[in-house]
Design a protein around this ligand. Structure first.
Ligand code: UT7
Length: 320
């Protein structure tokens, strides 16, 4: 038994914000952002929320898979920007789509969130506990950015991606995941501080800060190693892989991974030009885009890889 992706969906907010738009409100330029990252524009929420985008992405994935709400046993949302501390985004999605039988919960693995959700779903499906799962990565990162810090806020965007997975004869062929909590501070955003009758802390909003160069070094070494490991575990070679769908943080990271794997960049589809980095949502949005373009054919072998805060990383080889 394997976990097969049988449908994908995604949702981006309506409002496009270009690099030139950002240059009007802060000391930056299209030249700086696009040459260093490949990002040209991103979508930012106005009325949309993490849950509302998740619901649209989920419905699109279910329609693509031909799966009804009552068939879904499990919903997992990878997110660091849920609308509520409680209930979870997954429970909000469950209620909105009417998946009454499903068990629903969120996980926090930052930019690896969708990959970790896929692996958790795989573990449930393999044991026969559940048969059909809806997994998502969804973020409104714009609300945890310091819009006075040009070194971080220009990189990120908002959106949601989803996939329906089902127990089948083929699908997920191999998986690798890891964490390095000792490097947590290189990409961090603090939650509420202790605040009770014993400790008083004024509630001040906390924003994301990042040591971009440390994250860059981590990504260009860990990701190729993780990909080589899963491809080998799947009994394949790098040449057997049709597409590499990586977390969309920076075009230079993707180019470096392609070079280290000695693979043409043509095999690395991207969405970062129009989405920016959407953390857990990056991989499923990209997967949905290439699926809807008709690029994925049955039997193709695809590598998915997420990496980011924690630090965390997760790679998989899937047969389409
Ligand atoms: O999901 C995973 C999360 N993150 C990543 O994968 C990020 C990985 N890291 C990166 O992609 C890169 O490190 C960045 C794109 C974030 C930064 O590129 P960099 O080449 O490492 O630039 P830097 O941080 O060393 O900054 C170079 C200069 C600085 O000016 P000085 O000190 O040299 O005068 C910055 O102040 O660029 C300046 N700068 C900017 N200038 C214009 C920083 N941000 C901006 C900006 N516009 N938005």
């Amino acid at each position: 038994m394997r976990t097969r992706i049988i449908g994908t969906g995604s949702c981006l907010p309506e409002t496009v914000v270009t690099n030139d738009d950002l240059a009007k409100i802060m000391e930056t330029s299209d030249e700086w952002i696009s040459s260093r990252t490949g990002i040209r524009e991103r979508r930012l929420v106005k009325d949309e929320t993490t849950a509302s985008m998740s619901v649209v992405a989920a419905k699109r994935a279910m329609e693509d898979a031909g799966v009804k709400a009552e068939e879904i046993d499990l919903i997992i949302v990878g997110t660091i920007t849920s609308d509520y501390v409680i209930p979870s985004t997954a429970c909000e999605v469950q209620a909105a789509i009417g998946a009454d039988r499903a068990v629903a919960f969120d996980i926090n693995a930052a930019c690896s969130g969708f990959m970790f959700a896929l692996h958790i779903a795989d573990a449930y499906l393999k044991t026969g506990t559940y048969r059909t799962a809806l997994i998502l990565g969804a973020e409104t990162l714009s609300k945890i950015m310091d819009w006075n810090d040009r070194s971080t806020c220009v990189l990120f965007g908002d959106g949601a991606g989803a996939a329906v997975v089902r127990a089948d004869e083929t699908g997920l062929l191999a998986y690798d995941q890891g964490s390095d909590g000792a490097k947590g501070e290189v990409l961090a955003c603090q939650n509420r501080k202790n605040n009770n009758p014993l400790v008083k802390n004024a509630t001040e909003l906390q924003y994301t800060h990042m040591d971009g160069q440390e994250v860059y070094k981590f990504a260009v070494t860990t990701v190729p190693a993780s990909i080589k490991k899963v491809v080998e575990e799947a009994g394949l070679t790098i040449e057997d892989i049709d597409y590499f769908a990586l977390h969309q943080a920076n075009i230079r990271i993707i180019q470096s991974v392609a070079k280290r794997l000695k693979v043409s960049e043509d095999k690395f589809p991207t969405s970062l030009e129009h989405c920016g980095n959407i953390s857990a949502a990056s991989v499923p949005i990209l997967l949905d885009e290439i699926n809807r373009k008709g690029l994925l054919k049955p039997g193709m072998k695809i590598v998915l890889s997420g990496f980011g805060a924690g630090l965390t990383w997760g790679s998989a080889v899937v047969e389409w």
